[in-house]
Design a protein around this ligand. Sequence first.
Ligand SMILES: NC(=O)c1ccc[n+]([C@@H]2O[C@H](COP(=O)([O-])OP(=O)(O)OC[C@H]3O[C@@H](n4cnc5c(N)ncnc54)[C@H](O)[C@@H]3O)[C@@H](O)[C@H]2O)c1
Length: 347
Amino acid sequence: MKKTYGVVLIGCGHIGKAHISDIYFREEIDIIGVVDLQPELAKAFAKRFGAKEWSTDYRDFLNRPDVDIVIIATYVATHLSILRECLAAGKHVLCEKPIASSLEEGEEFYHLVKSHPECRVQVAHILRYNETYRRAAQMIHDGMIGEVRLIRMAQNHHIMNRERYATLLRDCPPIVDCGVHYVDVIRWFTGMDIVTLSGVGCRIGDVAPEDTYNYGLLTMQLENGASAFYEAAWADTTASSNLKEFIGDKGRIRLVLQEYRFQDHEEGDLIEYYDAVENVYHTINIRSKYKNMWGQLQGLIRSIETGVETFPTIDDVYIAFRLALLGDQAIKEEKFVNLRSDRELLD
Ligand SMILES: NC(=O)c1ccc[n+]([C@@H]2O[C@H](COP(=O)([O-])OP(=O)(O)OC[C@H]3O[C@@H](n4cnc5c(N)ncnc54)[C@H](O)[C@@H]3O)[C@@H](O)[C@H]2O)c1
């Protein structure tokens, strides 16, 4: 890295805190400002994380020459309008996922990024920067489980902060909000297209608006005929659970995150690997930070400095977004979506 980057954080909530707490003390980073509609939050973040200034209006910072990078960590419904103004001001952007909550806004987001190559835009698919996920991806790419035949994933939350989840659910259900991560994981790990989507969903309790659902089960097929599912709930009565399992014709990988380990918690995340050819079980401990925000920001800086594409590319981000929206539509309209290739969604 050649210089110090001036950064502004917009949105001092849950994920805004994860971003800033991992970057504010880095030598290469100068936190110029923090912004939130709630002044007490912005003020507290400024004090805690050494920001020079705070505001309730992000426009106060967009035309300043000392600002290089803007982190957008607000609700999904605001991502597009803030991105539009950041790009008009010539700023690089790290934007939280999902890019939008509707097809029209998502399309505009994608085309805006494509039409501003002078500004680098990284969308926060944070699992791409998680060491445990990266190792599992490498193991699969190296053929350690053979051809992937089945992917089983679940991420259910027992909600303890109703207000936050009620706000998130007004914009999109968890099958879209978190689902963009996991359809991206499927494509990243396997290098294959997702070609069918279907599913079911329901309301549990009253935290979700009446026209949507807070439990979804998305079922998918990959281009080689492999099956995959992703299950997501945000409800008062669901238990927290996490399943990430990748099954091939020569073996199996299961990820057990540190917080879900029953023992040896201090050793970090666990990759359980079954090598069916040798009939041997391996356990691999990985000291991994779940949300490696600094690694992700370094990825954006690398893209700014060298011109290489962001990781994941905006095409991969957009395909994941479109697939998650199609999954949502399949659940709401009880239909089966069939694609020749998921890359056709870029046209
Ligand atoms: N990558 C991940 O793993 C991950 C995890 C959680 C949330 N997220 C995403 O992050 C985004 C925010 O979620 P959250 O859980 O942090 O929500 P949150 O409610 O905790 O925080 C959002 C904050 O943004 C502020 N805000 C909203 N509009 C604003 C505006 N126009 N200007 C300034 N501040 C504004 C709100 O006041 C609030 O403090 C969502 O898109 C969510 O999907 C990503």
